[in-house]
Design a protein around this ligand. Structure first.
Ligand SMILES: [Mg+2]
Length: 211
């Protein structure tokens, strides 16, 4: 019997050296008051609407509503670079991912924009060791966690008898995976305390999967 393993990307495999507001301020220096909050609001709305260009739409709102003197495409491109620069993959996480990928069908299942998520994988050289990458706002996927549809897409991409999902966000990752009939391992500290699925790290998750 085959068990496939999927990992969440942001804040599971990938960590950030700075918070999102700091990254935004590097992309839009001297942003007017309220611009960051509006950016976040539009970004999440467009993610939820399954837009393939959520960053450009969020920066378009900032330019038109706050009079920021720049082009939305320029801002989105700059932000893409600033966000990438603020990402890191701990060596212990990388080794754990490579260990499980050598032993089980393994994929990455992430909510995000296709170009941004692919750029993160390629910057940290972690896309090549996995067998499948499923990104919510890829027009060919067009479904976001916690909806069951994105887990169905992941199953089709990596046929197996059973699935395990490793993620940091309880309501999206753990609830979504279980609703799709998957086992789940939680590497975050949100959600109910005492859930048996919770572990401290990706290394611990992999030890549990292979143990
Ligand atoms: Mg995450």
């Amino acid at each position: 019997m085959t068990t496939a393993v999927y990992f969440d990307l942001d804040l599971t495999l990938l960590q950030y050296t700075d918070d999102f507001e700091t990254i935004f301020e590097r992309s839009v220096p001297d942003a007017p008051d309220g611009a960051y909050e509006r950016y976040v609001e539009v970004l999440f709305e467009t993610f939820d609407d399954l837009s393939s260009t959520p960053y450009r739409e969020a920066f378009s709102a900032i330019v038109s509503e706050f009079g920021v003197d720049s082009d939305p495409n320029t801002l989105a491109t700059r932000h893409h670079e600033r966000e990438l620069e603020a990402t890191t993959v701990p060596e212990s996480t990388r080794r754990a991912l490579e260990t499980v990928a050598a032993r089980r069908p393994t994929g990455i299942l992430t909510n995000g924009a296709l170009a941004m998520q692919q750029a993160k994988l390629s910057r940290h050289d972690i896309g090549d060791c996995v067998d499948a990458v499923v990104v919510s706002n890829d027009p060919d996927v067009a479904a976001r966690k916690p909806s069951t549809e994105i887990f169905d897409v992941a199953e089709a991409a990596l046929p197996a008898d059973e699935y395990i999902y490793v993620g940091d966000t309880y309501d999206e990752d753990i609830v979504g995976a279980r609703r799709a009939g998957w086992d789940a391992i939680h590497v975050g500290d949100d959600g109910p305390a005492g859930d048996a699925a919770r572990v401290e790290s990706v290394e611990d998750a992999v030890a549990r999967i292979l143990g």
